[in-house]
Design a protein around this ligand. Structure first.
Ligand SMILES: Cc1cc2nc3c(=O)[nH]c(=O)nc-3n(C[C@H](O)[C@H](O)[C@H](O)COP(=O)(O)OP(=O)(O)OC[C@H]3O[C@@H](n4cnc5c(N)ncnc54)[C@H](O)[C@@H]3O)c2cc1C
Length: 437
């Protein structure tokens, strides 16, 4: 590595949010900024899982591809999420098949259900050091309505041969260590990982396969030109036959209307110091990731070092300290009163893209461009699994082979009011919690 690359890599790294992962993830591979004008087959804007997984799968097929990332790979949601590798979409399989028909609907269900296997296979194949554990995902219910919903979800996945198990009553308590839940559905396909470590490992794997990955390279303009796209950055340009926008909750105005087609909601996470062995044995003993059923999701996991990472609603701005997330700590202590006295060392937030219909969105603004975003908080597995799908289409695969619908970009009405709307929704959730509803 030459001196300017080291300096560039240090500058980019210092812009990372103060997450636990920034201290614990494997080091970032050098990703020097774009310097000069280049021609490539495919240009990708955004160095999160969507962009990196697509780049990796393209490079493996011999395609000349470059990723342009404004900060460093994993700077966005991909390097600061809860680390939960969750199967499925927001809706139950039968609902998805009803919404999209028996063919496309069934393919969407299969894609989303298998998505964690894509992640763990990539980690295995590329030997990515990211504390991965395929220990399952749990969905948990404490309200009667949600419990009934769990039974439905369980039955529908079981009918499709998925490795699920429903725990109720004292079994739910044994599975989680908390008396709060009346039911817990374990899906053994899921698991957990260090998100930033995974993003950096994907970047490295993509580069080893032949992709170029440029950090510190913000795309300021994209222009359709004859034979593809011109992608403009302050330090160089790419002339590309095909373009992928993979900017998710950090989408700006590169494509008019894209930013307004999603709500870039902030979610927050607080992480504890490693728990002492007796505590660590009583909190989530099987080390599955868990998310609660409900409108304002709470999600958590215990990592390999026995730290508890508790995620949930956020103030709609960047957060940089555990002290700002006292309500998440209080909730953790409500779940496991024995946690009182545990030290919470890191707190942070980040933006994820929520769509109006709560499905991920794939768009094709013209025959040489693709957009993929809007995983609604379930993107670790799904965005990775979209990589091979997007790569296939970018090298000329049929639109009909996509296991997701390709739709037009539809701006959300009154989008300018999203912050007020989300704050109101969070406040409503707090009141419901307070009333025990
Ligand atoms: C706090 C939090 C917790 C979450 N927890 C979970 C979880 O536990 N499980 C789960 O499945 N999902 C979770 N998610 C969602 C998940 O992280 C995302 O769905 C996923 O990472 C999306 O990946 P992506 O590559 O599409 O987007 P991102 O990782 O957000 O990447 C987009 C990138 O685009 C770059 N970019 C934007 N504009 C430009 C530009 N003009 N030029 C160059 N680069 C640009 C940004 O810098 C950014 O790095 C969570 C999200 C957050 C924020």
């Amino acid at each position: 590595m030459i001196a300017s690359d080291i300096m560039q890599s240090e500058t980019a790294r210092s812009s990372l949010p103060p997450t636990l992962y920034a201290e614990t993830a494997r080091p970032a591979p050098p990703t020097p900024r774009l310097d000069g004008d280049r021609r490539v087959s495919v240009a990708i804007v955004g160095g999160g899982y969507t962009g990196l997984s697509t780049a990796l799968h393209l490079a493996e097929r011999g395609v000349d591809v470059a990723v342009l990332e404004a900060h460093e790979p994993g700077w966005g949601a991909s390097g600061r999420n809860g680390g939960q590798v969750n199967p499925g979409l927001k809706f139950d399989p039968d609902q998805i098949e009803a919404d999209f028909g028996p063919d496309l609907g069934a393919r969407m269900v299969a894609l989303a259900g298998n998505a964690p296997n894509v992640v763990f296979d990539l980690i295995q194949r590329h030997q990515i050091a990211c504390e991965a554990m395929q220990t399952g995902t749990m969905r948990a219910a404490w309200q009667p309505g949600a419990h009934t919903g769990l039974r439905t979800t369980s039955e529908q996945w079981a009918r499709r041969g998925a490795p699920v198990a429903l725990f109720e009553g004292s079994d739910a308590q044994a599975a989680t260590g908390s008396a709060r839940y009346s039911g817990v559905l374990l899906d053994r396909r899921g698991g957990q990982l260090n998100p930033l470590g995974y993003a950096r490992g994907l970047a490295q794997a993509a580069m080893q396969a032949g992709a170029a990955v440029h950090g510190d390279t913000k795309v300021t303009r994209i222009e359709p030109v004859s034979g593809g796209w011109r992608v403009v950055t302050p330090t160089g340009t790419l002339q590309a036959e095909k373009l992928l926008l993979a900017t998710n909750g950090y989408s700006d105005d590169l494509l008019p209307t894209l930013r307004r087609s999603i709500v870039p909601v902030y979610s927050a996470i607080v992480a504890s110091e490693p728990m002492r062995p007796e505590l660590a044995a009583s909190v989530m003993p099987g080390r599955a990731s868990l998310y609660e059923m409900g409108d304002i999701t709470v999600y958590y996991r215990v990592d390999r070092e026995s730290r508890l990472l508790m995620g949930g609603r956020s103030i709609q701005r960047e957060i940089g300290r555990a002290e700002e997330l006292g309500y998440l700590v209080a909730y953790a202590e409500r779940l496991w009163p024995e946690l009182r006295g545990l030290r919470w060392t890191h707190g942070w937030s980040g933006q994820l893209a929520v769509t109006r219909d709560h499905y991920p969105h794939v768009h094709e603004p013209n025959e040489a461009a693709l957009v993929c975003l809007g995983y609604n908080g379930r993107g670790v597995a799904m965005s990775s699994a979209m990589g091979p799908q997007l790569a296939n289409r970018l090298i000329g695969g049929a639109k009909a082979d996509f296991d997701m619908p390709v739709t037009g970009i539809r701006p959300i009405p009154l989008h300018g009011l999203w912050k007020q709307a989300v704050q109101a929704r969070v406040a409503y959730g707090r009141i419901r919690d307070w009333l025990g509803l």
